[in-house]
Each structure stands twice: as C-alpha cells, then as structure tokens.
Write a protein that binds this ligand. Structure first.
Ligand SMILES: NC(=O)C1=CN([C@@H]2O[C@H](COP(=O)(O)OP(=O)(O)OC[C@H]3O[C@@H](n4cnc5c(N)ncnc54)[C@H](O)[C@@H]3O)[C@@H](O)[C@H]2O)C=CC1
Ligand SMILES: N[C@@H](CC=O)C(=O)O
Length: 362
C-alpha cells in the first residue's frame, strides 16, 4: 500500500481540519483511495516547526493549546524554519495553507517554489501564489515532473476549477461570474436578518470562513484574486489585479439592505471576467442587487456559485461551499488524489517506455 508523506506549512483552520481527517478517518480513506497519508512535518508561525520522519502523532499536536509550541517535542523547534523544513524534510507533498497575501503572494509563493525545487509535489489553498505566480510555478512543476495543485483557491472544496477544465470539453467559455467569497455572502445574509456588519464578520471568523484580515473578504480583494485565477485558468487570459475594478460591501448601508428587501432584491458580491472582441478580458468585483429570479439570488450563507457562459450550452451554474475548514481540507485531499493519479500515470508511462526500450514483457 502506497503512503504519501505530507508537510503542512501553516497549521491553522484548514490544515488542522486535514490533520483531523487523516487522524480520525484513516481506515476509510486508505480503503477508498488506495493509498495512506502520513504527516512528517509541520511549520507554523505560532507553533514553530516539527519534523518526525516516521510520522507525527496528529492527535497529540491537535490537542496542543494555542500558545504552546513544538520546541519540547523530538524534532521540534519554536522557529518555523520554513525554508529548511520544506527543502530537507522527507515529504512527498507539501501542503501550503498559510495566510494569503493579496499584494505579492509571498512568502507562500516561495514556499511553493522551494517545495518544487526540492522535488516535492504541492497542493495549496493559498490564492496568492495561484493568482500571481501560477504560470511560473506550473512551468517549474512540469519541468520537474511534479504536480502543483490548487483546487481550493477558488470555491473551497467545490471543484470549480476541475469542473471548468475537465467537464466542458469542446465548448468555448465567454465569461465566468459568480459569488466567489463565503464570508461576504454570509455577512450579507446575516445583515438581511438584522445583524450589524461587525457582528456578522465576527461570526464568520468564528466559523473559520474569514481571512486573517477580513478586510480582504469585505472589501473585495479576496474575490479579485479569485477572478484573476478564473480568468487565467478558465478563459486562458492573464489579468493584472490592478486592472480589476474592485468594490466591496462595506458601503452597503442598513437602509440599502432594507430597501432591497422591500423591492425583492438581494445584495450579492459578484466577481466577473468576460472575454472582449480584441482577445482580452474585462474583469470586475462589485456588489449587485439581484432580483429574486436571478440564479445567484438564492445563494445563501457561505455557499458560493459560479456561472459559466458558453457557446453551445448557454449558462451553466455550479454551486457549493465557498469557505469552511473541513470543506477546504477536502480541496487539499482532492488535490492529493489528483497527484496520486498523475503519479500512477507517469509510472505506467515509464514502465511502458522501458518495455519498448528493452523489448521485454515484464
Ligand atoms: N478558511 C477557508 O474557508 C478557506 C481558506 N483558504 C485559504 O487557505 C489558507 C489557510 O486558511 P485558514 O487555515 O483558514 O487560515 P488560518 O489563519 O486559520 O491559518 C493560517 C495558518 O498559517 C500560519 N502562517 C501564516 N503565515 C505563515 C508562515 N509564513 N509560515 C508558517 N506558518 C504561517 C498561521 O500561523 C496560521 O496558523 C489561506 O490562504 C486562506 O486564504 C482558501 C479557501 C477557503
Ligand atoms: N475567506 C475566504 C476563504 C475562501 O477562499 C472566503 O470567505 O471565501
């Protein structure tokens, strides 16, 4: 039975949910997936770093209180030591789940690069490296025969990127738009129910939806990153963040919410990218009051939805969780499954090549 050893870079809500899944559901996962998972390294700004090549006792580290660190454990240090751990630890796959930096995608982009340069596959939910460095990091991965997977960067565990890339063959997609942020959609719904903006944001933070700085969710920079990712990964066009006109939801007043409800409208934060006749893409992030008949009007809570406009099918809408610790941990697991499939395909190709080379049936 094949085992994949993981290094968790960032040990917050999403990574901990993955660790809990691996720790509590190992037998079902192994039986269902045909491989087992083991965590051999963890780094985090708060906990420091821990490297145990025979596998970390996940129940024990998950039980550690905030404020404790790994320094008292064998292979532990109070220092995250990201570069050395990523480069030297015996992991097959690096899981990058640190804070998204919407300005330059660092230091996560460096974490990804160091992993690929040291021969490790990467899965990340961090939008920074994907929105700002995907082409270079994907090229590096391909050059090294490795996988760089990032399904969780847009719509959490809802497989919107693989859906677009694998389930719409033969179609031309002319635009992609939708509700791309769970926190702001949750907040808008709570405000319709009478909560204040501040209270609703606190609730989203407690539920594990929000960014470390929830301004990214509320003012639209998180959606802007996702729009850039969708433009590149679905429409095949690179769009600079500066070119994406972005407006968040903090300017929507209580009166605006009330008036919309009276008129049967629902405020939603919509990200969009649309092809232009000159081969480019126009993209924007803005709050829109949608009529109740609109397919996105009923999307509630942290649920998100993306509508693809295509040449042969017209509009296709996919909806699912847009945020959540467990839901996003599933995105990481789905990436690991994709890495396993690619690895097995590569091994079969190598074996076939060997047979051709030596003309021998193994
Ligand atoms: N929570 C969600 O629903 C979703 C989160 N994401 C993304 O996944 C990533 C992780 O999200 P969460 O786990 O919710 O965040 P979190 O804030 O709960 O955890 C992030 C962890 O990374 C650690 N960290 C930050 N910078 C670090 C560094 N340079 N070196 C080592 N550790 C570092 C922090 O100490 C923290 O424990 C973020 O980039 C987020 O945007 C993506 C989709 C959904
Ligand atoms: N904070 C983000 C997390 C997922 O990308 C959101 O609320 O959508």
């Amino acid at each position: 039975m094949r085992t994949y050893d993981l290094a968790l870079i960032g040990f917050g809500g999403v990574s901990r949910a993955l660790a809990e899944l691996i720790s509590s559901d190992a037998e079902r996962l192994t039986r269902q997936l045909g491989f087992s998972l083991r965590v051999v390294a963890i780094t985090d700004l708060a906990f420091g770093s821990l490297v145990q090549p025979d596998g970390i006792d996940l129940a024990a580290v998950l039980a550690m209180p905030r404020g404790a660190d790994f320094s008292a454990l064998p292979g532990g240090s109070a220092d995250p030591r990201n570069h050395d751990v990523i480069q030297d630890c015996p992991a097959d796959i690096v899981v990058e789940a640190t804070f998204t930096n919407p300005v330059d995608g660092q230091p996560a982009a460096s974490h990804v690069r160091w992993a690929l340069e040291s021969g490790k596959h990467v899965t990340t939910t961090n939008k920074g490296p994907v929105a700002l460095h995907a082409r270079a990091l994907t090229a590096l991965a391909e050059e090294r025969g490795l996988s760089f997977e990032f399904e969780g960067a847009v719509l959490s565990g809802t497989p919107i990127l693989r859906f677009a890339q694998q389930m719409l063959p033969g179609l031309t997609t002319t635009s992609v738009e939708g509700i791309l942020n769970g926190t702001s959609n949750y907040v808008l719904g709570r405000r319709e129910a009478g909560a204040t903006l501040e209270a609703a944001i606190r609730e989203a933070q407690e539920l594990g939806y929000a960014e470390a700085d929830p301004t990214a969710d509320i003012e639209g920079s998180d959606v802007r990153l996702k729009v850039a990712i969708l433009a590149q990964q679905v429409l095949g066009v690179d769009v600079s963040l500066a070119s994406i006109d972005t407006q968040g939801i903090s300017g929507i007043s209580d009166a605006d919410i009330r008036e919309a409800s009276e008129q049967g409208l629902r405020w939603k934060l919509i990200g969009s990218a649309t092809r232009t006749d000159d081969g480019g893409v126009t993209a924007a992030v803005r709050p829109v009051a949608l009529g109740e008949e609109h397919p996105l009007a009923g999307i509630a809570g942290a649920t998100n939805a993306v509508t693809f406009t295509t040449n042969l099918l017209g509009q296709v809408t996919v909806s699912g969780p847009g945020a959540g610790r467990v839901e996003t941990a599933y995105a990481l697991l789905s990436d690991i499954i994709a890495i396993d499939a690619a690895t097995r395909t590569s091994e079969r190709a190598a074996a076939a090549e060997l047979v051709d080379l030596v003309g021998v049936t193994l």
